[in-house]
Design a protein around this ligand. Structure first.
Ligand SMILES: Nc1nc2c(ncn2[C@@H]2O[C@H](COP(=O)(O)OP(=O)(O)O)[C@@H](O)[C@H]2O)c(=O)[nH]1
Ligand SMILES: [Mg+2]
Length: 245
């Protein structure tokens, strides 16, 4: 499965997809061109728009693109944990989370990898040194911003952007977290993973990123995702008190 002429693949970019056919043709070349040792794993939940078929077409030209297809839309959290397990099984040292909608600029991958040399979890932050979010409606921006303020207040996680989904984990972080116990989605998933890593004593670093709103396709953001995150903060607070993280 490894690219013979590009050395061992040390970094895997895990990208969960649901109906991202419009973005895949731009996304995959943009990611792969960042470094020869970079591989991509798409975790698609049976998108009706044929996202997985586009990925398969891509696979005929390279062995750096991997695909897991699940039968039904089962949520972002378990899509990521399936991807993380794949990364651990296949020996990757650096494991990225990235959205498929080009909100997360692939050009930043090099910065993440540089920072990951001296850190265990690198988090792309929209809210370090000001606010860098482009084209979001103001109510969505305020929700995201105050979700982060509330998160710091509730569980003390020392991040400016605890809800963002552009991250790079070293494998030891993923090995230390019981992935079978992670069931959350959306914001809650991002908070839960970073909080557990922090509580286990890993070094978390934020790097500033610019976040662009998706240019094509539909957001899967919903009210349920917000309620789930609020519930998660209480759950983590109690689990931490009881030492059961
Ligand atoms: N496999 C999978 N991917 C999902 C699911 N829900 C969202 N995604 C993907 O997760 C990423 C983030 O979702 P998105 O709709 O962009 O959320 P937003 O950026 O908060 O609006 C995108 O790449 C989506 O295609 C899901 O249930 N399963
Ligand atoms: Mg998005």
């Amino acid at each position: 499965m490894q690219d013979a002429d590009s050395g061992s693949p040390r970094a895997l970019v895990v990208i969960p997809t649901f109906n991202e056919a419009e973005n895949i043709p731009r996304l995959l070349p943009a990611v792969l061109s960042q470094a020869p040792t970079l591989n991509v794993l798409i975790v698609d939940d049976g998108s009706p728009d044929g996202t997985a078929d586009l990925v398969r077409q891509f696979q005929s030209g390279t062995n750096r693109v991997h695909l897991i297809v699940r039968n039904a839309k089962m949520g972002l959290g378990t899509a990521y944990t399936a991807g993380f397990k794949f990364a651990l099984e296949h020996g990757y040292e650096f494991v990225f989370e990235m959205d498929a909608d080009l909100s997360h600029d692939p050009l930043e991958i090099g910065n993440f990898l540089r920072e990951a040399e001296r850190s265990d979890l690198v988090i792309g932050s929209r809210y370090t040194n000001g606010v860098r979010v482009l084209n979001w409606p103001i109510n969505r921006l305020l929700l995201s911003y105050f979700a982060n303020v509330y998160t710091r207040f509730m569980i003390g996680l020392p991040l400016h952007d605890a809800t963002g989904g552009y991250k790079c984990y070293r494998r030891k972080v993923l090995e230390a977290i019981d992935l079978d116990r992670i069931h959350s989605n959306g914001y809650a998933f991002q908070i839960e993973m970073s909080y557990k890593a922090w509580k286990k004593g890993f070094r978390l670093t934020e790097i500033p990123i610019v976040f662009h709103d998706r240019r094509s396709g539909q957001s899967k953001m919903s009210r349920a995702i917000v309620y789930e995150a609020i519930f998660m903060l209480w759950k983590l607070r109690f689990q931490s008190l009881l030492n059961r993280l």
